[in-house]
Design a protein around this ligand. Structure first.
Ligand code: ME8
Length: 518
């Protein structure tokens, strides 16, 4: 057997000056679903998340809080680690940019860029936004209602002038364009790819990659009055965690990363600067960068100043973890912006989960318990309709793989619910409850076809709803070691006579009074 293929997926690393919000939970969850899917599909997965701890923004927040930047980072990094755990994320690593391994990696990358002539010392004058940790061109600025110049993101900007090291980004335009052309999938969705390409076609200026006006960062080797630009530092986390500067061993198997998942606001850093840094250092750019959209809250832009930030832990407490995981990836076509509302959350729980999926399982398992002695029924001759149901369930994995590889989570779930609905139609048409007296053998076959279909569906819902799917598979007595996608086919079908545990509901309805009671 050949060695399993590597799949390396990353979240952005999150700024420690802020508390985790729905945006963080969303990116991390999407990566978790991919990581779980790929693991179940036989890949050797590395799933990385972590925290971005340097930079002026963190230094200023710490100053305001009257603590050291490291103390702020320690406290807030722990919140992000806890978020990942509470989301039941299966990350294999959690990186902090204040770790020694990361400092070594950034230092090595910097030295490499100096050695290849990609970094030179100059002088910087320009508009800097601390909130975005980015310089903006004069032509990119807009004027706000008070007549002040602000960044296109709405962040305040200040004029700065200081000595600075520069990365020769202007030299990489043609090579970046050639990379996008040769790798049509390297940036997704297509709208973001177009945006990135037109930015590069507009001409690239050299990028300031060091600062002297504050000190909370990784020192520039040999010139410690400078700290590295926080984005150069932050982006490097992806190679640090793969083992850089050791480019043999794990790195050789892991790099280039298969996917950097990011929000739409940070595509430029990942799809322009990062590939240029890597190519300049003689390393391969990532295989794909995918940018998701942004959530609004009940139709309103989410912002700290209006106080409508959505706390993901609060959502989990109110609705339960798996329903939240399902909702976030089902409600909005991945890549688009979307709106969060309690109404749509409750609708998804009660319709998709309780009425459609949960009820299907409950009906089938209760009838088996009652009418088949609590064991997997015997299967008789199969009709065309039976075969169609079974083929649909057994064929799910090959249908879903190409969708997962394009991060079309909502389409994956739509395809799964197509199968759930087909099973609900089938049970109504076959009406096994009416066959108990007239044709018990046929009743057994119908219930077996349904139970086997649920097995097929539950195997595939594992990446999205790991706990609930595990409970369903327990109710079907599917052995733990037969839950990977290698077992989706008919060869591993449920065996007649296998005793089943007493059925219990897996997807409860959400009773509305609960919202106010909490
Ligand atoms: O950008 N809906 O960190 P960050 C969906 N440290 N996503 C949202 C959102 C919303 N309303 N608001 C924010 C950074 N996000 C850098 C990354 S990587 C080398 C360095 C997303 O803590 C946003 O798009 O600001 C981004 O991906 C993440 O949450 C916020 O990250």
């Amino acid at each position: 057997m050949s060695a399993p293929k590597s799949f390396y997926v990353t979240t952005p690393i999150y700024y420690v000056n802020d508390k985790p919000h729905i945006g963080h939970a969303y990116t991390t969850l999407a990566c978790d679903v991919l990581a779980r899917f790929k693991r179940l599909d036989g890949f050797d997965v590395k799933f990385l998340t972590g925290t971005d701890e340097h930079g002026q923004k963190v230094e200023k927040s710490a100053e305001a809080a009257g603590i050291s930047p490291k103390a702020l980072a320690d406290a807030n990094s722990a919140n992000f680690r806890e978020l990942a755990a509470r989301l039941n994320c299966s990350n294999d690593d959690f990186i902090r940019t204040t770790e020694a391994r990361h400092r070594a990696s950034c230092t090595a990358l910097w030295n490499k860029l100096v050695e290849t002539g990609a970094i030179y010392l100059g002088h910087y004058e320009g508009w800097y936004s601390v909130r975005d940790e980015a310089f903006w061109g004069e032509d990119e600025l807009i004027t706000n209602a008070d007549g002040a110049k602000i960044a296109p993101t709405g962040a305040p900007v200040e004029w700065v002038r200081e000595p600075s090291y520069f990365f020769r980004l202007s030299a990489w335009g043609e090579r970046l364009l050639a990379w996008y052309e040769a790798n049509p999938d390297c940036v997704g969705p297509a709208s973001r790819r177009n945006e990135v390409m037109s930015f590069v076609k507009g001409g690239l200026q050299d990028l300031s990659v060091s600062r002297t006006s504050f000190s909370w960062g990784i020192p520039v080797p040999g010139d410690e009055a400078h700290v590295m630009y926080v984005w150069l530092d932050a982006l490097t986390n992806y190679i640090t965690a793969a083992g850089y500067p050791d480019t043999e061993g794990e790195f050789a198997a892991r790099w280039p990363a298969d996917l950097h998942m990011v929000g739409k606001d940070i595509v430029r850093f990942h799809a322009v600067y990062w590939p240029a840094f890597l190519m300049a250092a003689g390393l391969e750019p990532p295989k794909r960068v995918f940018a998701h959209g942004w959530w609004t809250n009940e139709g309103q832009k989410i912002s700290k100043s209006t106080g409508n930030v959505i706390d993901p832990l609060g959502l989990i407490d109110t609705y339960g973890l798996d329903p939240v995981r399902y909702f976030l990836l089902r409600e909005v076509p991945f890549g688009n912006d979307g709106d969060f509302s309690h109404r749509s959350m409750i609708n998804r729980i009660n319709n998709d989960l309780a009425n459609e999926y949960g009820n299907l399982a409950q009906r089938v398992l209760a009838q088996i318990a009652k009418n088949c002695g609590g064991a997997v029924p015997k299967v008789g001759e199969l009709t065309a309709e039976d075969r169609e149901m079974l083929d649909g369930a057994h064929g799910l994995v090959s249908k879903l793989r190409p969708l997962i590889d394009r991060q079309l989570f909502h389409e994956v779930l739509e395809a799964l619910w197509g199968q759930v609905r087909a099973a609900n139609i089938y049970i109504d048409r076959q009406a096994p409850w009416g066959l108990k007296k007239t044709d018990p053998e046929r009743m057994g076959t119908v219930l077996w076809v349904l139970a086997e279909s649920i097995r097929g569906i539950a195997l595939m819902t594992q990446p999205f709803m790991p706990d609930s799917s595990a409970r369903l598979l327990d109710l079907l007595a599917v052995p733990d070691e037969q839950r990977s996608f290698a077992f989706t086919g008919s060869h591993y079908s449920l065996k007649a006579g296998t005793p089943l545990p007493a059925p219990s509901g897996v997807f409860p309805r959400f009773v509305e009074a609960d919202v106010n009671a909490g």
